[in-house]
Design a binder for this molecule. Structure first.
Ligand SMILES: Nc1ncnc2c1ncn2[C@@H]1O[C@H](COP(=O)(O)OP(=O)(O)OP(=O)(O)O)[C@@H](O)[C@H]1O
Length: 399
């Protein structure tokens, strides 16, 4: 698929922008801070409903404006579709596909697929586990948009379970007493009722959590060969990249998972349940849920060493790039169409060999959008059509 047109209204630094695009390679060149990343970030947001730079929507709306609009014409297998999103910080966002207004913005997912590689991706290797969980979950959604709903359900149940753990901490602690406002209910009864409610949440969380865990494991299983190959190509055979899953379920099942096996979902559900029983006193003590996909991590390994804390800066970059290129290849195979590949400001960080190899790996993608502050950093093979971005003006360089 490719973007034929991108229009922005009050998005970041742009009061208005209209950019006509084509398949193949397009490069946006301009000095720092002129709005290059803003353009490609908008495309990424339309595809994933999240920004690679910020967790909140407010910075996406131009300072002083109330809402931002991203509209794109997406072409897939020769058919065009208009995809539109209104970003309303503090209120619900609104989405449209063609003429149809969608009930939920997340129903827009899948209409445009992008894989975006940016300097922020270094955090995939060097950052917290939450970065790697986000990578997996976003890829899950890019592959099958229905996972956005399951992910949201999981977060909701988790929040409710944490609230219960917090609010009932003194009651749930065996033998602990606290002065009760409602003295009509004896302490033992209140405790039994809190425990019963906790069991109900355990069942819900184990059910939704195990399906998310299972989906992540299947995804990782499918992604791994592409990762090994992409890293090998980017680094010209210098090192073997691997990713394994570290699960918070009890050790017996966790070690099976770490070894790369994918247990049945029913077994994962049972394992989550059993682990809740094992860690109950710790959870009650701390008032948070200690088991589930929200506590897991993806362990990245270069040869025999963990990437985090050991890999050099260049190796970490290559690893992050390997993960994104693997995601691209997986989606290409799965969807039968290429996602739009975005390379935001990445060439300045790579040595000449890596630049050339990256260019060779992506030049056959249906559409590649590249941003660079220095045009010479972009390998010749990827220069393609060039747009100059100057103070929010996007103008195409004459051919
Ligand atoms: N919500 C907003 N309202 C107005 N301006 C904004 C907003 N968010 C970001 N900007 C401005 O957008 C500019 C940054 O744009 P962008 O990140 O696209 O730059 P860039 O061309 O990619 O630069 P670099 O080469 O440094 O990465 C900054 O000047 C910033 O102040």
């Amino acid at each position: 698929m490719y973007l034929r047109h991108l229009s922005l209204v009050d998005y970041r630094s742009y009061p208005v922008a209209e950019v006509e695009l084509e398949p193949g390679i397009t490069t946006f060149v301009g000095l720092n801070g002129q709005g290059k990343t803003n353009l490609v970030e908008a495309a990424g947001y339309l595809a994933s409903l999240s920004s690679h730079r910020v967790a909140q929507d407010a910075p996406l709306v131009r300072a002083g404006a109330e809402q931002a609009i991203i509209r794109a014409v997406v072409v897939r297998d020769g058919r065009e579709q208009i995809v539109e999103l209104e970003i309303n910080p503090g209120r619900a966002n609104r989405a449209r596909l063609g003429r149809a207004a969608l009930t939920r913005p997340r129903d827009i997912l899948g209409a445009l697929r992008t894989v975006l590689f940016a300097p922020e991706d270094l955090a995939l290797v060097k950052g917290d586990p939450s970065e790697r969980r986000r990578f997996l979950d976003e890829l899950l959604v890019a592959r099958q948009p229905r996972w956005a709903g399951a992910r949201a359900d999981y977060d909701k149940i988790l929040k409710q379970r944490n609230a219960l753990l917090k609010s009932s901490m003194p009651l749930l602690r065996k033998g602990a007493r606290r002065p009760r406002r409602d003295e009509s209910q004896p302490e033992d009864e209140a405790r039994a009722s809190a425990l019963h409610t906790l069991d109900v949440w355990n069942t819900h969380l184990a059910q939704v959590g195990s399906s998310l865990l299972y989906a992540r494991l299947r995804l990782l299983h499918d992604l791994s060969p592409y990762l090994a190959k992409a890293y090998d190509e980017v680094s010209a055979g210098r090192g073997a990249a691997q990713a394994s899953y570290r699960s918070s379920v009890h050790e017996e099942v966790a070690s099976v998972i770490a070894a790369g096996e994918v247990p049945e979902q029913a077994d994962l559900q049972q394992a989550m349940h059993d682990t809740f029983a094992q860690v109950r006193s710790q959870e009650v003590e701390r008032g948070v849920t200690l088991v589930g996909p929200h506590r897991d991590d993806l362990v990245l390994q270069l040869g025999d060493l963990p990437a985090k804390g050991y890999a050099s800066h260049g190796e970490s970059w290559s690893f992050a790039l390997g993960l994104r290129l693997a995601a691209f290849q997986l989606l290409r195979t799965d969807l039968g169409t290429d996602p739009v590949l975005v390379l935001d400001d990445v060439f300045a960080e790579l040595d000449a060999g890596r630049r050339a190899r990256l260019a060779a790996m992506v030049e056959d993608a249906e559409q590649v959008l590249v941003t660079a502050a220095v045009a010479d950093d972009v390998p010749d093979a990827l220069t393609g059509r060039t747009f100059h971005v100057t103070l929010g003006e996007v103008s195409r360089e004459p051919a």
